[in-house]
Each structure stands twice: as C-alpha cells, then as structure tokens.
Design a protein around this ligand. Structure first.
Ligand code: DGT
Ligand code: MG
Ligand code: MG
Ligand code: MG
Ligand code: MG
Length: 253
C-alpha cells in the first residue's frame, strides 16, 4: 500500500518492550470507590456481592489471558501476575496493561446485574492501572505479601471501626478517635471484649482476599483433564502456600 505523506507521524510513537525475564504485575484499582461504594450502598465493611463481582471480572481476564498465572484481589483492587517468560503482545507494556484494565472494567459492568439484583448501576465505574516488573521470585512474593498484609490491616481496622459505629453507637469521628494509635492486638481486644467477636472467625475472604490460580482437574464424568480457575483464600505470606502450589513459580518448559 502506498504511504501517505502523513505516515511519518507514526515515528513519534515510542514503544519499549518490557525487560525480559521479569515477572510482570498489572494492578488495577477502582477510581473513587469510596464514593462508588456509598452511592451503590455496599455493605460495610465488606460487601459480599461487590467482592464476588470483582472476582468474576478478574476470572474473565484470566480466562482470556492464559499467561496470567495468579491474580490477587481485595477491596477495589486486583493484581494480575503474568509469567516472566511471556511473549504476550511482544511484551509491549501499554498493550498488556490497557487490555487487562479494559477487559476487567467492561466485565465489571457486564456482570453487575448478576451480583446486584436490587441496585442498578448508577454511573460507569473506572479503574486505574499500573504495570510493575519484578526481577526475582522474592520480589514477587514480597509484592503479594504486601498486598495481602494491606488487606489484613485495612480489614481489621474497618471491621473494628464499623463495629464501634454500627453496634457500639459511636459516631464516625468518635470511632476514628478511639482507634487512633491502636495496635492490632488492641483492635482484636475491642472486637472480642465489646462485641463478642473473634476476628479470626470473620469470613476468610474478607481477612485474606481472593487468590485466583489455575488448576487442572479431572472431570468426574469422562475422566478428561480440564483447567479451572480456582478461588483461594489462603495466606500467601507463608512459605507453605508456595510449596503447596509450587507450579506457580516454577517456569514450565
Ligand atoms: P482512589 O483509588 O484513589 O481513586 O480512591 P478510592 O476511594 O477508590 O480509595 P481506595 O482505593 O484507597 O479505597 C477503596 C475504597 O473502596 C474504600 O473507601 C472502601 C471502598 N470499598 C471497597 N470495597 C468495599 C466494600 O466491600 N464495602 C464497602 N462499604 N466499601 C468498600
Ligand atoms: Mg480505589
Ligand atoms: Mg487510593
Ligand atoms: Mg483500593
Ligand atoms: Mg487495532
């Protein structure tokens, strides 16, 4: 095809490939979900349907992009871990990041009504995305530990905060003051002694977030192996998780 005289503008595009041999993480996060969760009456501190919808949208993404080995979600965020030897889109970062973000966002909207029967979607939600490269397995594990620790810290805080407000009758400001400077052990103690709640018995999805991994399972009817996306609510900070699911960090040839 003949080139037009405008063709030269293409040269302004810069396209750097992501560094080879690094783990690729894409993290998306809901834009202003503080407001979005209020407007859509999400249950406090955790809305089961909202989290299930996040997990559903992430499953769509994993179904589509087979080089995602593991995904981790909590609150309004999801991290997607792409195998370090991926050749997906020739390792073009923006392409990978924007496709994942866009498929996640459209899936979130597409499946909204499956999870929220009563509450209609009032306006289109948006998600930001970033892409991060981790050169070592240790860096990747520390990244996932960081997100899971964040889940724990926020959930313990929110669980205690909303117990004080919804069950203890404190105002938001009073609850905030009460929790200012408290340690984890203090929050556990408030929940236990004032609200008869053992934090460790709170739903594990709220405490640990959701890990999606691929597993091959045998179909009980015809014995054929097939791959499924399995949601787990386990502790990724411990070595035990990585020993049990050793295929994740091992590069298959
Ligand atoms: P951003 O990300 O800077 O645009 O701002 P936000 O408002 O999205 O802040 P972020 O991402 O740090 O915090 C997530 C917000 O989403 C936080 O205000 C709590 C809310 N949220 C997430 N999941 C739930 C839920 O299950 N129930 C309720 N009530 N709120 C939730
Ligand atoms: Mg957000
Ligand atoms: Mg934020
Ligand atoms: Mg967030
Ligand atoms: Mg095109």
């Amino acid at each position: 095809m003949a080139k037009s005289k405008y063709e030269y503008v293409k040269n302004f595009e810069t396209e750097k490939k992501l560094l080879p041999n690094c783990w690729i993480v894409v993290r998306i996060d809901g834009r202003a979900f503080h407001q979005f969760s209020t407007k859509h009456k999400f249950k406090k501190p955790n809305d089961e349907n909202a989290l299930a919808l996040m997990n559903r949208a992430a499953s769509v993404v994993m179904d589509e992009f087979k080089d995602i080995l593991l995904s981790y979600g909590q609150s309004d965020e999801y991290s997607f871990v792409i195998r370090k030897d991926t050749t997906l889109y020739n390792r073009r970062g923006p392409k990978i990041m924007t496709y994942i973000n866009s498929l996640f966002s459209t899936s979130y909207v597409y499946y909204w009504s499956h999870y929220f029967k009563e509450t209609r979607l009032k306006y289109p939600p948006a998600f930001d995305a970033r892409i991060i490269l981790y050169p070592t397995d240790e860096n990747l594990r520390d990244y996932l530990s960081w997100r899971q620790a964040d889940c724990h810290i926020n959930n313990l805080y929110n669980t205690t905060f909303w117990a004080l407000v919804l069950k203890g009758g404190l105002t938001n400001t009073e609850a905030e003051k009460r929790l200012c400077g408290t340690l984890s052990s203090d929050k556990n103690e408030i929940l236990f002694s004032e609200f008869n709640t053992n934090y460790n018995n709170e739903p594990i999805m709220y405490r640990k977030g959701t890990i999606l991994i691929r597993k091959r399972i045998k179909n009980p009817e015809h014995g054929k192996m097939r791959q499924v996306i399995l949601p787990l609510h386990e502790d990724m900070i411990q070595d035990n998780f990585w020993q049990k699911h050793s295929e994740i960090l091992a590069i298959k040839s």
